[in-house]
Design a binder for this molecule. Sequence first.
Ligand code: ZN
Length: 174
Amino acid sequence: MGWVGVGVMFDRLRTKLAIVPWFRIIHDKSVKPKHAAIGLLACQNKLPSVDNLQQRGMSLANRCVLCESPEETTSHLFFNCSYSFGIWISVCNRISWQSPPSSLAHMLQWCKHYNKVKARGKLVRRVALVTTLYALWRERNSRIFQGKSTSSSNLSQQIGHSIATRMYHCERSF
Ligand SMILES: [Zn+2]
């Protein structure tokens, strides 16, 4: 493969990302860059979850550290896990969302729907979605690599605080 300049590589990456429908939703100034990075990887199923590492030939026990069920996939971690479900319920209550998302596709539908409503409603959902995905992935890593766990109620509080802080800064900058 020939040498490719950084500008060309960036253009290719940007083109590749632009075709992911999530890109426009997550790559937004209202979303923290580190939250957006995890969100983008999650949407493309490229997070190093156990099932993805196993597919790359790594021999690992497959177990969800959040709920102890014998399955860790991106889909399970974020949507089918009992721990995550409890977090989503709390987040939904905070932002007056009817019910937790059941999949990434479901989340995308919600975002598209709320693109039609007034700016603040769209913004708070966008921030809540990406903040929650990031917090769940961070909690999973904290349990695996640091042996530290946060209760569902404490993590819900942290997420609520993070959403409120982000909204405060976003609204001040608009
Ligand atoms: Zn689980």
